[in-house]
Design a protein around this ligand. Structure first.
Ligand code: PEP
Ligand code: MN
Length: 344
């Protein structure tokens, strides 16, 4: 159930509704918009029935009470009355009319590589910098990332460029280290349904980029986001990165229809990873532009100063020398659908 408070409802009136909702064992999630405050009543013994039975419509300050019909509650569009969530990360906006251009290497390899890549994406006008210090590799014998040294190089890159850092947390045991550096915690496709990890990231309050699992439906992606949202962390972006299908001509099938579908289902920003599905750099530009044209709120793209020497995902990383050209095209396509690349 969602309780929509009247414009100008007082703090006391909000607190009273929260008390009543909690009195029947539900959790109250307060969402304060520009004009309206919404209270989501989640859980409880016999949720829909019990909350409707409270007669909250009659309480002072309450405008109306609406059931949220979907299994995902806090993520659903209904929860925000159709308004898009706009996240603010290091002064950059994500969502609404903003297009987030998140760029950087697949993984942090060494100081020269990381700083050269960071400088180039900053120069080309990226919104945020990506780079993995902990890598989920298919083979346990492949490079697993630099770990804490990688985080240190990301911190140095942020100091130099001013760009917020997006980096993956693979294992809860590294949460505190990652929290020291990450402006956005990336949850990789393989961890989308690691609910313990999602819950702890939720409690941390840190913005999250949640990637769709290799064989997850869009509804399962939304249910996963709910694990973060229910801890009171509203700073969630969803990411389509390609799914497993019968097709073998490329690494994964980039599901571009997930963009309009998710935009209809949720208020959360939708980001596209155009790099991992093609698996080769000559298809990355068209997928980036297609994502922008389909209404994505941004992309997270792999860019490397010397891709041919990259330790992982060498074939798909775009050279820094080509990134400014791609940015200009993206700016144009995003403009056609009413979005502007997000910068400070
Ligand atoms: C990545 O972004 O480098 C990555 C490993 O992505 P995914 O979890 O989507 O495979
Ligand atoms: Mn990669």
């Amino acid at each position: 159930m969602m309780i929509v408070m009247k414009e100008g409802a007082t703090e006391d009136q909000i607190a009273h509704v929260v008390d009543r909702v909690e009195s029947i064992g539900c959790t109250a999630h307060i969402s304060k918009g520009e004009l309206l405050t919404l209270i989501g009543a989640i859980g409880g013994r016999d949720k829909e029935q019990t909350v409707s039975g409270l007669g909250l419509e009659a309480e002072p300050g309450v405008d109306h009470v609406v059931p949220i019909s979907k299994p995902y509650k806090l993520a659903s569009r209904e929860f925000r009355k159709g308004e898009d969530s706009v996240l603010e990360i290091g002064g950059r906006k994500v969502g609404g009319t903003n297009f987030a251009l998140i760029a950087g290497p697949c993984t942090v390899e060494n100081r020269d590589q990381m700083l050269a890549s960071a400088d180039a994406v900053a120069e080309a006008g990226a919104t945020m910098l990506r780079g993995g210090a902990y890598k989920p590799r298919t083979s346990p014998y492949s490079f697993q990332g630099l770990g804490r040294e990688g985080l240190r190089l990301l911190a140095e890159s942020r100091e130099r460029t001013g760009l917020p850092i997006v980096t993956e947390l693979l294992d809860l045991r590294d949460l505190d280290d990652v929290l020291e550096v990450a402006d956005v915690i990336q949850v990789g496709a393989r961890n989308m349904q690691n609910y313990a990890l999602l819950g702890e990231i939720g409690k941390s309050g840190r913005p999250v980029l949640l990637k769709r699992g290799l064989s997850a439906t869009v509804e399962e992606l939304l249910m996963a986001s709910e694990y973060v949202l229910k801890e009171g962390n509203e700073n969630v972006m969803l990411c389509e990165r390609g799914i497993r299908t019968y097709e073998t001509a490329y690494r994964f099938t980039l599901d571009l229809l997930a963009i309009p579908a998710l935009k209809e289902m949720t208020h959360l920003p939708v980001i596209v990873d155009p790099s991992h599905a093609p698996g080769r750099r000559d298809w990355v530009e068209s997928m980036s532009l297609a994502a922008a044209a389909a209404g994505a709120d941004g992309i997270i793209i792999e860019v490397h100063n010397e891709p041919e020497k990259a330790i992982c995902d060498a074939a798909q990383q775009v050279p820094t020398s080509e990134f400014a050209g791609l940015t200009a095209k993206l700016e144009a396509v995003a403009g056609v659908v009413g979005k502007t690349i997000s910068r400070v």
